[in-house]
Design a protein around this ligand. Sequence first.
Ligand code: PLP
Ligand code: ZN
Length: 422
Amino acid sequence: MSYVIKLECSRCHRAYEPSENPVMCESGDMGRLDIYYDYERMKEILTRKTLGERRETDVWRWRELLPVDEDFAVRLGEGGTPLLRAERLGEKYDISNLYLKDETRNPTASFKDRSMAISVAKAREIGVRMAVTASSGNAAAALAAYAARAGMTVLAFVLHTASDAKVAQLKLYGAKVVKVKGVERGKDPTVEMMLEAVRRYGLYPSPSFGPFNPYQVEGPKTISYELAMDLDWVEYGWLLAPTGSGCLAAGLWKGLRDLVELDLVSWYPRLVPVQPEGNSPLARAIMDGLDFTEIEPEGSPRTIATGLSDPYPWDGDAAMEGVRRTGGRAAIVGDDEIVDAMKDLARYEGVFAEPSGSAAVAAAKKLREDGVIDRGDRVVALVTGSGLKDLAFTSRILGSTLEVGMEIKKLGEIVDQLLGNS
Ligand SMILES: Cc1ncc(COP(=O)(O)O)c(C=O)c1O
Ligand SMILES: [Zn+2]
């Protein structure tokens, strides 16, 4: 049974019936078709008790809050990721209650599985055979995996900066991959190519940007639900998210709002979208108090966090609303701070993240140093993508590896040195 009441364009406010299964606003205004639910009818079913008793741990645990019937679900074990209490890292950063939501543990090793599980389920419902996407790599990899399982074909336009590992992953899942040259004058050519494929050939658009597919936005909101449940529905202070297009932050905000609408909680954590210095149009706009319509795309993004290099924050409007309504703020971190966070995550907590996936942790450290976050605050940082996504990068930031023969004498030196260091 669907609880969706309507879809409504975030720009021109044109409303659509759920049965129309719209994907983009017909007026071509690049608005996002926000999905509205009947919370009153859901309230009887969705209580802390009934939700706690459900046996599923994947995103379908929240089926009433999803825009597709569960019968169309394509499952790979998306969602239900661990929330790790980071004691050692918390001590290093002087944050006594630091938590990591480990999204690297999703089936294709990034949080995008949540989005694409929903998008592909919707595609199955509509009867789509071929999807097209524009991506820095992770969303495309997620789409390719779910599409493979659903027997759908995928055409993926990825930025030429996408790591070899991400491209290889995509190809192994059977997607047709096309690398596209970088962003020019603020225009993302992967998006332009994708839109042409939609206009000319009627392919189903499935990037992780709301204006081109409203269904996938509903995936990341399940992170907010899981966090509330895993923290025993008790209020926490901060929710930090690596941000590129703003779709993740928009989804988190939607999830936080849903929880309040359903009377499951009566609080919001402060939402913090985190962007890298080399591509921070959304974060800068928030810091400067600008309106969404005043955002200028980044001319040519430059950052090691390639997953956060969208020159234009397509879902920035909803992300900005989330920041405003939760009393949050934006954060900008340098590439060097991201590398440090990546090393800290691995060395202090055993979590292997890619640069894009480490940005929120870098921001937690920075906001604590700046006195914005207090020592006792409960802080959740999302770790959104696995380090296995770009091993070449990790190798580059590490020193050379010692190589020996059968040199027992050396062994003593090595152990002594290690003991001396420990
Ligand atoms: C690992 C990782 N983290 C965060 C993001 C940012 O998500 P969004 O574009 O929804 O802001 C991405 C996007 O590609 C990503 O790959
Ligand atoms: Zn519209």
